[in-house]
Design a protein around this ligand. Structure first.
Ligand code: FUL
Length: 705
């Protein structure tokens, strides 16, 4: 008995054991079947693009002979002896970029003027013939070393357009260009990105010929073979190009610091790329070409002393952050280097404030370890559960079944929680999928939509006014394929007040508008610093003569102030008349409001004149032109002549030339000349950026002494 009892026991154990093996095998088997990851959908990023996207934020530095001539574009004949930065310190650039949270620096090794910041073997127009370090210097080398020391990546901007080269426009130039590229991609270690600027052809010095050379930008550079060379020399690089053959990264159609609210990381691999396609990407594009937002910390790309008071403010940079990194793009922020070879301290200060503010805004993800549930989980598998979107691991994700393209993820805070930002990230290795989503908050027991948007991509951040809720619901309302979400975040970003805007209308009234409803505006007209003790703005203020207005926004509830707005106004324009144009709408040119524009009649052919009667004789020393600010506005004047007259009969030409880079960066254009007494001015448009007859203006003004 004892023996058979024992053997029975052994048999039963064996049976359990066998049963266990079969059970676990079947669990593993069915589990495997259910946990199959979604297949990639559409184009997907390369490893190089993924590494680049992860960098998120990096710097541009613009430095060349333009730095010494106060120009946005050089003509190619600028004196090489001007290049002598007395305090050049690339370690200062690298330190600032590092402290500002940037991951790399792209340098203008050669801008359109053709001057090379490295001692290229292939031209005399380089640092090797400049007085700086007796011609022994190499800015690219110094930056490469500084980047290494500070753990930053190095990128190269090499302008395809070269206004100095005698062979530009001829086939030999392509060999010259590739030789220079080879030097830069061979001698300075790893290069993470190469930047081929789109400005191409036009007038230039060209070895002394001083002519206009046109090229066909789609064929001239033979990009296919240039790209092959780049990839051979730097296998881990990403290529930026806004024209020609499709590169790895795309421009966003503006230098203003934003990409579309809808932003697909897709384009077609061939064909034309109009500005709007660059701005929004192409939903059904057949190639992965993600967006990089490039913008400058000042209005211009190169250093201009007059822009020392125009450095972007913290709220402006935050706006750029949300419209770039928060819109599924990276941010390439430019520092114009000063003639002494350093970054200006104002630029440094605001760049550091900016990184601090971003850190503060996203310091605490309120989702934490909260209870997260989803309406659908792929195969009901833990591997793809809702919690995978909040586990801080970018390699895990919440995914739904293949058939499910709309789904919700709900976060239960368990108690009323206040927030104003929502962040979502797709697992882009499997493609960009989400087409639309909304965010709801459970406020006092009722669901309320607080934000909605279209695409997500690598990272999407939504802003909305503070809301206090116990639960949040993230609803994917449209998707190309089952959603695959690697990260979700909810944040309570501190309030940052935006500086108010100031205009002086034609009647001479100062109008100050706050950007935040919760704030009041305080201002001064005597040049003193505005504080909450200054005059409170309540209605337009009538003014006369030249004037400096300074203003702040202030929220008495939080005690926070905005950065200051400052604007200088020259002559009041009360008595000014636009001559020969019988249309009151033309007075948008003089209304002080930079958001309103007027365009000349379509029948006019270049040259097109704008004549203004100043009402009385004035001492003029310059004029200013501000183009239509609508995105991709037509009618932007590029080449001009400016005349003055005392009697409207005899005109004197006092200024002529180009408004460089005005198409991509449509800023105030200021031109000065020796003092002239005049009652009338004439701005003559000779050519616009599209080479047609459209001529538009947001504002025209004069400078007097
Ligand atoms: C533009 C250029 O023409 C500007 O000068 C600047 O370099 C900017 C980054 O790209 O297209």
């Amino acid at each position: 008995m004892e023996k058979s009892d024992k053997s029975n026991k052994i048999n039963t154990m064996k049976r359990y054991f066998l049963f266990g093996i079969i059970l676990s095998a079947s669990i593993i088997f069915t589990g495997c079947k259910q946990t199959k990851a979604p297949a990639p959908y559409g184009p997907v990023p390369s490893e190089n693009q993924l590494r680049w996207q992860d960098m998120e934020y990096y710097a541009f530095v613009h430095f060349s002979l333009n730095t010494y001539t106060d120009q946005p574009w050089g003509y190619g004949n600028e004196d090489i002896n001007l290049f002598n930065p007395k305090a050049l310190d690339c370690r200062q650039w690298a330190r600032i970029c590092k402290e500002a949270g940037m991951k790399g620096i792209i340098i203008t090794a050669k801008h359109h003027c053709g001057f090379c910041l490295w001692p290229s073997k292939y031209t005399e127009y380089s640092v090797k013939n400049a007085p700086w370090k007796d011609g022994k210097g190499d800015v690219v080398r110094e930056l490469a070393d500084a980047c290494k020391e500070y753990g930053l990546k190095l990128g190269i901007y090499l302008s395809p357009w070269d206004r100095n080269s005698s062979v530009y426009g001829k086939p030999e130039y392509i060999t010259y260009f590739r030789n220079q590229l080879t030097e830069l991609l061979t001698n300075y270690g790893d290069i993470f990105e190469v930047w081929f600027d789109g400005a191409n052809g036009g007038s230039g010095y060209y070895g002394g010929t001083n002519e206009t050379r046109k090229i066909d930008r789609t064929t001239y550079y033979d990009w296919k073979n240039t790209y092959k060379l780049v990839r051979k020399l730097q296998p881990n690089i990403v290529i930026w190009n806004d024209g020609g053959d499709r590169a790895d990264l795309r421009w966003v159609g503006t230098e203003g610091g934003s990409v579309g609210e809808t932003n697909w990381s897709l384009l077609d691999s061939t064909g034309d790329v109009p500005y709007n396609m660059l701005h929004y990407g192409l939903e059904d594009g057949n190639a992965w070409v993600p967006a990089e937002v490039n913008t400058s910390i000042r209005p211009g790309w190169f250093y201009h002393p007059s822009e020392d008071s125009k450095v972007k403010t913290l709220p402006q940079l935050m706006e750029t952050y949300y419209n770039s990194i928060g819109h599924n793009a990276t941010l390439l922020l430019n520092f114009p280097i000063m003639p002494n070879g350093l970054i200006n301290e104002k630029d440094e200060k605001v760049a550091l404030e900016f990184s601090k503010a971003v850190k503060e805004a996203f310091a605490v993800n309120l989702v934490g370890k909260k209870n997260v549930t989803a309406t659908n989980v792929r195969g009901n598998s833990n591997k793809f559960g809702a919690d995978k979107a909040v586990d801080n691991d970018m390699e895990t994700y919440w995914a739904t079944d293949d058939s499910v393209k709309t789904a919700s993820l709900t976060i239960d805070f368990g108690q009323p929680t206040t927030f104003n930002r929502f962040l979502a990230q797709e697992y882009i290795r499997l493609g960009q999928r989400v087409k639309a989503f909304t965010v709801d908050a459970l406020v006092d027991g009722n669901w309320k939509e607080v934000a909605k948007a279209t695409t997500i991509g690598y990272k999407r951040i939504l802003r909305f006014p503070n809301v206090t809720a116990t639960q949040v619901r993230f609803n994917i309302t449209d998707s190309k394929a089952c959603p695959v979400i690697s990260n979700v975040g909810i944040f309570d970003a501190p309030q940052i007040l935006t500086a108010p805007s100031i205009i002086r209308n034609q009647a001479g009234e100062i109008i100050i508008t706050p950007a935040n409803q919760e704030s009041d505006v305080y201002y001064t007209l005597d040049g003193s610093e505005p504080t909450p003790q200054s005059k409170k703005y309540t209605a337009p203020v009538q003014t006369e003569g030249k004037l400096k207005v300074r203003a702040i926004a202030y929220d008495s509830k939080t005690g926070k102030s905005s950065p200051e707005s400052e604007d200088k106004f020259d002559l009041p324009r009360k008595g000014w008349k636009i001559i020969g144009i019988d249309n009151q709408k033309a007075y948008a040119i003089l209304d002080g409001n930079t958001a309103t524009a007027w365009h000349q009649s379509k029948d006019k052919k270049m040259p097109v004149d704008l004549v203004i009667d100043l009402g009385k004789e004035e001492n003029l020393t310059g004029f200013r032109y501000f183009p239509d600010q609508t995105l991709w506005a037509p009618g932007i004047i590029m080449n001009y002549k400016f005349y003055v007259s005392k009697d409207k009969k005899r005109w004197k030409l006092v200024s002529q030339g180009e408004f460089s880079n005005i198409k991509n960066n449509p800023l105030w254009q200021t031109k000065t000349f020796a003092t002239e007494k005049a009652c009338y001015i004439k701005l003559q448009a000779l050519k616009n950026t599209e080479e047609n007859n459209n001529v538009g203006y947001a504002e025209v003004d004069v400078i007097t002494n």
